[in-house]
Design a protein around this ligand. Structure first.
Ligand SMILES: C=CC1=C(C)c2cc3[nH]c(cc4nc(cc5[nH]c(cc1n2)c(C)c5CCC(=O)O)C(CCC(=O)O)=C4C)c(C)c3C=C
Ligand SMILES: [Fe+2]
Length: 425
């Protein structure tokens, strides 16, 4: 579930948000050359041993130097390229924490996010975890869960789009690791930078809120492939090919609440659905390549539709083989999740893979932290998941273990904090 326009999959031409790096090169140019550079660094690293730092003359690289602005129309961490590290956290407000304390917390979090995303890691009480690193594409994104509004006396401001998701028959949800008053998404292309931000968020929370659940994920590192390519998930599939692209005319309408939308405090915001989806990898890996490709409806090698062409070719849903059978099976995941098969329902998928060890019986606890963005969950995740719940070919190989839905307001203007229009409106 990743996206060619979000991960290192974005073609250099498409990457219009690239920021100049310390060396003056844009991220897109460096991604384009990263294969060759990576090989050189890899060889040197191997020769000097795993613990040695690169040569003293090595400048802050593209990966470290890339900076994402905090003050933007839509919060950072939605349309930015996938980062290689992610932490998802839900917080519950502490007893006695009301609207005033929640506002102070969002102000602290926003101030810290602004500072850290700019690569300013020094502060008096800093842990030094991220010292020496650049911002590394760090993003912090904040959202409000259904329960936040009653706790803060703001029920009147609760959007109907935040009504609890319907129950799905295939759900196997752990309620303790679902939902929450507040949600924080951290993404960065460096594990230490990401963890440093996580600690900062937790410290800022102080006595006002405690962590309800935390999930840690990863994606491919920038420069890991010889050229920018769509990422793969832990089933080995090319994943993200058909995500909506920011340059498409209906992108904003599908993903973001309009400027004049309701409630007013959600202008330019979005709704995020977060599902921890375990992959039943032992079962999946027993399938032949042909069977695996039939489950998705795309070739595993390059993500091309089974109806032919390359990854970018439109899927021919009607094409049949010599026996008259559909070449893209009727229950193939990539067939039945399409907007044109779901009354136009669309979402922007921006996931992280996860691996939380091996169960006592040897089963890997691994899968996808499915994170998807939409202007309205009833026109995005819900209808598509209803369809999947009735049974697509992928359903037997996955298990939805946790769930969350959060309202993510628009980006904070200069001098303001995220959610200010809600908390002070
Ligand atoms: C309810 C929404 C979806 C869930 C849950 C979901 C889980 C899931 N998907 C994959 C792998 C792939 N998904 C692909 C396409 C795809 N998936 C969804 C929605 C959900 N997936 C959509 C809307 C689409 C795009 C449909 C389209 O517009 O054509 C693909 C194909 C490549 C691609 O386009 O990304 C793969 C592969 C897994 C492994 C998974 C749960 C673990
Ligand atoms: Fe999917």
């Amino acid at each position: 579930m990743a996206d060619p326009s979000l991960s290192q999959t974005r073609t250099p031409e498409e990457d219009t948000r690239a920021e100049p790096t310390a060396s003056g090169m844009s991220r897109r140019r460096l991604l384009g050359t990263a294969g060759a550079t990576g090989l050189v660094l890899g060889a040197a690293g191997g020769a000097v041993g795993y613990a040695a730092a690169p040569s003293g003359a090595t400048p802050l690289t593209s990966v470290g130097a890339t900076k994402v602005p905090f003050h933007v129309k839509h919060q950072p961490g939605i349309t930015e390229p996938l980062q290689s590290r992610g932490h998802l956290l839900a917080f519950d407000l502490a007893p006695g924490t009301g609207r005033r304390e929640a506002a102070a917390l969002l102000r602290r979090w926003s101030d810290t996010a602004r500072r850290l995303m700019a690569g300013k890691f020094e502060s008096e009480d800093d842990s030094d975890i991220a010292r020496d690193a650049g911002p590394s594409s760090l993003t912090l994104t904040f959202g409000f869960g259904y329960s936040f509004f009653a706790r803060t006396g703001l029920e009147q401001q609760r959007p109907t789009a935040l009504d609890p998701l319907p129950a799905f028959s295939s759900d196997r949800l752990d309620r303790a690791r679902s939902d929450g008053d507040l949600w924080v998404q951290i993404g960065a292309d460096d594990a230490l930078v990401a963890f440093h931000a996580l600690r900062a968020m937790q410290k800022d929370a102080g006595a006002a809120a405690r962590v309800r659940w935390q999930m840690n994920g990863f994606n491919r590192s920038p420069g890991a492939t010889a050229r920018p390519m769509t990422t793969r998930n832990l089933m080995g599939q090319v994943d993200g090919t058909r995500n909506p692209k920011p340059q498409e005319p209906d992108f904003d309408e599908r993903i973001f609440v309009p400027e004049e939308g309701e409630p007013a405090w959600m202008a330019n915001g979005s709704y995020v659905v977060v599902r921890r989806i375990r992959m039943l990898l032992d079962d999946w890996e027993k399938l032949s390549l042909r069977e695996q490709e039939g489950v998705i409806g795309r070739r595993k090698a390059d993500g091309a539709p089974l109806s032919g062409g390359d990854e970018k070719t439109d899927m021919d849903l009607e094409k049949t083989d010599a026996q008259g059978n559909l070449v893209v099976p009727i229950n193939a995941h990539a067939r039945i999740t399409r907007p044109d098969q779901n009354g136009g329902a669309a979402m922007l998928r921006r996931p992280f893979s996860y691996h939380d060890g091996i169960d006592p019986d040897g089963t890997p606890d691994a899968g996808l932290l499915f994170v998807c963005w939409q202007a309205d969950p009833l026109r995005g995740f819900v209808p598509v998941q209803r369809k999947l719940d009735r049974g697509d070919a992928l359903t037997p190989f996955v298990r939805h273990e946790t769930s969350g839905l959060f309202a993510v307001p628009g980006g904070a203007a200069e001098g303001e904090y995220v959610g200010q229009a809600l908390l002070e409106g």
